[in-house]
Design a protein around this ligand. Sequence first.
Ligand SMILES: Cc1ncc(COP(=O)(O)O)c(C=O)c1O
Length: 458
Amino acid sequence: MTLDTVIDLETAKLPLLHTPLPGPKAQQIVDRDTQFVSPSYTRSYPLVMKRGRGAMIEDVDGNLFLDFNAGVAVCATGHSHPKVVEAIKKQVDDFIHISGTDYYYPHLPALAEKLSELAPGDSEKRVHFGNSGAEAVEGAIKLAMYTTRRQKLIGFFGAFHGRTMGALSLTGSKARQRSGFGPQALDVTHVPYANCYRCAYNLTPETCGAQEAKGPHCARIIEDLILKTTVPPDECAAIIVEPIQGEGGYVVPPASFLHTIRQIADKHGIRVIADEVQAGMGRTGRMFASEHFDFVPDIIATAKGIASGLPLGAVIARSDLMTWQPGAHASTFGGNPVAIAASLATIELLEGELLQNCAETGQYLLDGCRNLMERHEIIGAVRGKGLMIGIELVKNRETKEPAAAERDQVEIECFHRGLIIQGCGTSTIRLSPPLVIDREQCDFALRTLDEALTAVTN
Ligand SMILES: Cc1ncc(COP(=O)(O)O)c(C=O)c1O
C-alpha cells in the first residue's frame, strides 16, 4: 500500500503519523526557514504543512495531524472549506483587486451591511476594512481619537492587540514584544484585567463588587484611581478591552466588568473599543464574544476568523461615530475583493450550522477538559466559551505558581501524538480548533491531552 492510498485527507478525521517528527522533508524546510526567514517568529515545534481539509493537516512527509489551533484561531470554517474555496475561485476569475479606497465593488458594502447587522447594539453602523488584527486595532483607536479629539488610552495587562507601533502601545502581554522598540508611540495606561483566578487585588468575585451594582474593583479602579491621577477624563479617548482575553490566557471576565467599563466610559465621553480579533466571528459560539455579556461597545475591531484565512480586518462602529473625512484612514489592500468574498462565504457557513456546532461541541470539550482536572493536579483552571478554551497549568493548586515549562512540554508531547495545540498566557494551553470539529475529534484531543499531561508530570 502506498502512502497515497493510506491517506485520504478528504475523509480523514484522526491523526496518522508515519515518520518520526520532524520527518526528513519537514527537517529540510525547517533548515531553510532557519536560514532565510526572520527569527522573530515564535515557532514551538516543527509542523510543516502541505495540505489541509476541515480540522486535518497533512505535513510534507505525509503525516496527518488533528488541528486544534486553526492557524491561531483563524480557520473557523476548517481548512479550505469547499464553499470558501469556490467563492475565492469565482472572485479570482472575476477580478482580484481594484482598491476599495478609490473605487466601488458590490461585495464591499454587502459585507459591511452584514457585519453592521451582526454586531451587537441596535444603532446603525458603518465598517472600515483593513488587512489584519493589528490594522483593525489601529483603525479603532484612530477613530476614537478622531471623534473625541483626545489622545490618551486605557488598556489592560495581559492584553494583546498586535505589534504595529500603535497596537504595540496597547499590548500588555509579554515584555519581549516591546523590548528594543523604545518609547511607545501612544500614551496608554494599563490596569489589571478581570482575571478572577489570579486577581491582582487578592479579591474574589464575592468580595470585589462583581456581584453588586457598583461593579468589580478591577473596573472601578479606572474611575476611582486612573481618571483621578494619571489620565484626565477629558483627555481619554478610549478604553480598549478584549471581551475574553486571548493571548493573555483565554480569560473570561464577569459580565459586570464590561458593564462597569461601559458605565464609566459613558459618564466621561470615553469610547469603548472591544478587540474581538480573537474572540469574535463565531469562535465563542456567538458571532461576537461581547454578546455573551450583553456588552455593547462603541467600536469593534475584528479580524482572524472573519475570512477563513484570507487577510482581512474590520472596524465596526456606530454610524454616528464613523464620521471621519475622506482620506482620514484607508489602505490600498484593505477589503480586498477576494478576502471579502471569502468572508461572505465564511459568515454564511457560520450562520448555517457552525455557530451552533461551536456552542455544542465547545460545551462537550469544556466538560471533557474539566474532567481532566480530576486526573491531573497540574491543571489549576479550565475556562472558556464555545471553542475558545484555556487550560491553565500550575505547579501547585494552592500557590498557583505557573507551570510554564510543563505547558510548553505538553504542546510538544501533543505534537508528537498528532495533535496541534498552542499555548497562551504564561502557562495556559489554548484550544481553538476549527468550528467544524465533532465529538470523536474532541475525544481524541482529550485522550491525547491526558497522555501528554501524564508524560509531562511523571
Ligand atoms: C485580540 C487580538 N487583537 C489583535 C491581534 C493582532 O492581530 P494580527 O496578528 O492579525 O495583527 C491579535 C492576534 O493574536 C489578537 O489576538
